[in-house]
Design a binder for this molecule. Structure first.
Ligand code: NDP
Length: 337
């Protein structure tokens, strides 16, 4: 039974030295528990926030020596729980390890789902985040301009495609020509700008001649700086994440631009609203599952996965996620379906 623990807290960007692969005995399922074999492990940006001493507030931080946590698709190996039988696949939180035990409370049976890994991406948490953030908070209307960065990622790709379904004009921002081409040719974005090309503010202004009505905030940093002057009166800014800052060990140098942002929020009557997707499962997940399932089946929403082979490669894949090396929803294949 292999598992990856947090070896030490990162100072800035995580390195391979912050992780350690350990061999431990396979745990045994007690009365009322199930033994799970990990099939797919989801790697997500929030895990970087769990590696900070204080953590993000909505979930406890991982402490040095503890296994890294994470959502998984797992197979029930042994069941001493009446609700689960051996062989079935479940959505679970088994973390970065081969085996785990669960009392069943956090498990969701996946039935005979054709592509179970999608439960971690396009039919699961990241796409649900796009759905709630864009449709409930962003509320794009036909003809409006929607901007989203990390545009080919797990959340961003769905944001852009749902905005197109609502009749909006969609401008994506992504790292590299391949991602930008994919966003336009495969996902149907109107435009996609390479964030590494320089002069982003000018290029974004040229791509948004009518300003920006919805900015779905995934990254912060340079992208947000370029967006602020283009926001229209009454613009909506769902604040989903700001990955460009997750590795920062201190505040950025230079002039404090907070007054600039506050002036824009006030004068343009902008609505910025942060949200944590965990809060929305009880009320919105059923509607998401119905809508998203129908869109995917009809080919209206395309889902791309970036599948990395082997638990031992999870640390390098995760480090790459924070640098933009993933192309699509990042998952690790840990064991056989
Ligand atoms: P992605 O699949 O989009 O992968 C992360 C991407 O972020 C990279 O591929 C890269 O895309 C981009 N990126 C990485 N570093 C930087 C940087 N320094 N500057 C700009 N872009 C960068 O991840 P997700 O779709 O899972 O997550 C997207 C965002 O959504 C994150 O901020 C995440 O924290 C947030 N989130 C929030 C949730 C909530 O409940 N509020 C729930 C789920 C996700 P590229 O190379 O194309 O620029």
């Amino acid at each position: 039974n292999r598992r990856i623990v947090l070896a030490s807290l990162p100072n800035g960007a995580p390195t391979s030295r912050n992780f350690r692969l350990e061999e431990v005995p396979v745990p045994t399922a007690g009365e009322g528990q199930v033994l799970l074999r990990t099939v797919y492990l989801s790697l997500d940006p929030y895990m970087r926030n769990l590696m900070d001493e204080v953590g993000p507030g909505y979930a406890p931080p991982v402490k040095p020596g503890e296994p890294m946590v994470g959502g998984t698709v797992s197979r029930v190996v042994e069941s001493r729980h009446p609700g689960f039988r051996p062989g079935e696949q479940v959505l679970s939180n088994a973390g970065w390890q081969d085996y785990a035990v669960s009392d069943g409370k956090d498990l969701v049976s996946l039935g005979g789902m054709a592509r179970p890994s999608l439960a971690l991406g396009g039919l699961g948490m990241p796409a649900f985040t796009a759905y709630v953030g864009l449709l409930d908070i962003g509320q794009p209307k036909a003809g409006e301009t929607v901007v989203v960065a990390a545009a080919t990622g797990a959340v961003g790709a769905v944001v852009g495609q749902l905005a197109k379904l609502r009749g909006a004009r969609v401008v994506g921002i992504a790292g590299g020509q391949d991602k930008c081409r994919y966003a336009v040719e495969e996902l149907g974005f109107d435009v996609c700008l390479d964030r590494r090309d320089g002069n982003l503010a000018e290029r974004l202004a040229a791509a948004c001649p009518n300003g920006i009505d919805v900015y779905f905030e995934n990254v912060g940093g340079e992208v947000f700086d370029a967006v602020i002057p283009l926001l229209n009166n009454g613009a909506r800014v769902p604040v989903c994440g700001f990955i460009a800052h997750y590795n920062a060990a201190s505040l950025p140098p230079g002039p404090n631009r907070l007054p600039l942002l506050m002036a824009a929020v006030l004068q343009k009557r902008i609505r910025m609203e942060g949200f944590i997707i965990l809060d929305h499962y009880a009320t919105r997940f059923e509607a998401f599952r119905r809508d998203m399932g129908a869109w995917v089946d009809a080919g209206k929403v395309k889902l791309r996965e970036d599948v990395v082979e082997g638990l031992e490669n999870a640390p390098s894949a995760f480090i790459g996620l924070l640098e933009g090396r993933n192309f699509g929803k990042l998952v690790v294949r840990v064991g056989d379906e």
